[in-house]
Write a protein that binds this ligand. Structure first.
Ligand code: HH2
Length: 272
């Protein structure tokens, strides 16, 4: 999943793609580099970001979506507002990416139920203005798992099929660097939720804190986080640097498949 932020203030690429033609050429590049999904967002969710109205958000993403929806990839809309999601779905977007996990606008779930759209539900404690105020958890994995299960239950109660839903632990959203590292290392413990897992480590500050590097130099850290995530069950990777991440994941996935083929053969040998 390639990131296309049509915002002036996103933490690593803010202001780069505000103009619809530069956003459209970025989308083409992401598709050429191997993105299966392009995630378009018009509101930054970085810590402390100021919320924007639906009107401003649509002024940013609407003209860009109109220009790019014909590309041969899937599109997701990164929004917490059903009004924006509905307009995006009308243009041909097929996935809603809700970083609030339905806490901001439950109508998103009804919209997904009516339209059959995919729904990514992410964990975040608080909102972007408050989420970094208290980063202590008694049981991080347990809290994230319970909150994601509650979000999924809400989606199902609103009429969604479980198969429409994917879940994301929300790396960097109300988590310390240590917390984000722990979530990657223990991602397999979210496997009991029974839905595909999405991870968004791309260029985030936990990588910067470990490596002491600014956002543009965090691609290797992003790759490491994605590969470790794949090993522990992640199946969608939300990243800015699609080409290198895709290559690394394709190789890691080939190793994973070779291992599972071998274990099937070994199992077969035992029965022979
Ligand atoms: N992270 C960001 C935004 N949306 N969606 C999901 N599902 N998972 C994530 O981890 C995630 C997300 C934040 O990254 P970015 O879009 O680069 O920055 P900003 O919020 O400043 O626009």
């Amino acid at each position: 999943m390639g990131v296309l932020n049509v915002t002036p203030d996103s933490f690593s690429d803010g202001g780069e793609f505000l103009d619809p033609s530069s956003a459209a050429s970025r989308a083409e590049t992401l598709a050429e580099q191997g993105a299966d999904i392009i995630d378009v967002g018009g509101e930054s969710t970085r810590p402390g970001a100021t919320p924007v109205s639906a009107e401003v958000e649509w002024q940013r993403v609407g003209p860009v979506l109109e220009r790019i929806v014909s590309l041969p990839v899937l599109f997701s809309i990164d929004t917490t507002k059903s009004e924006i999601a509905a307009r995006a779905l009308d243009l041909g977007v097929s996935i809603i990416n809700d970083v609030s996990g339905l806490r901001a606008d439950l109508e998103l779930a009804r919209l997904a139920a009516r339209s059959g759209a995919g729904l990514v539900l992410m964990h975040m404690r608080g909102d972007p203005r408050t989420m970094q105020a208290d980063l202590r958890y008694d049981d991080l994995i347990g809290e994230v798992r319970n909150a994601l299960r509650a979000s999924m239950d809400e989606a199902i109660a609103a009429g969604c099929e479980a198969e429409q839903v994917a879940l994301d632990p929300g790396l960097g959203f109300g988590k310390s660097a240590e917390g984000s590292l722990e979530l990657i290392g223990r991602l397999d413990e979210l496997g009991t939720l029974g839905r595909p897992l999405v991870v968004g480590p791309s260029r985030k500050s936990f990588i910067g804190q470990v490596l002491g590097l600014p956002p543009v130099d965090r691609v290797e850290g992003t790759i490491a986080a994605c590969v470790l995530g794949l090993e522990r069950g992640a199946r969608v990777f939300r990243v800015h640097d699609v080409e290198p991440v895709r290559r690394a994941l394709d190789l890691a996935d080939a190793v994973r498949k070779s291992r599972s083929r071998r274990s099937v053969t070994t199992e077969g040998d035992r029965h022979r």
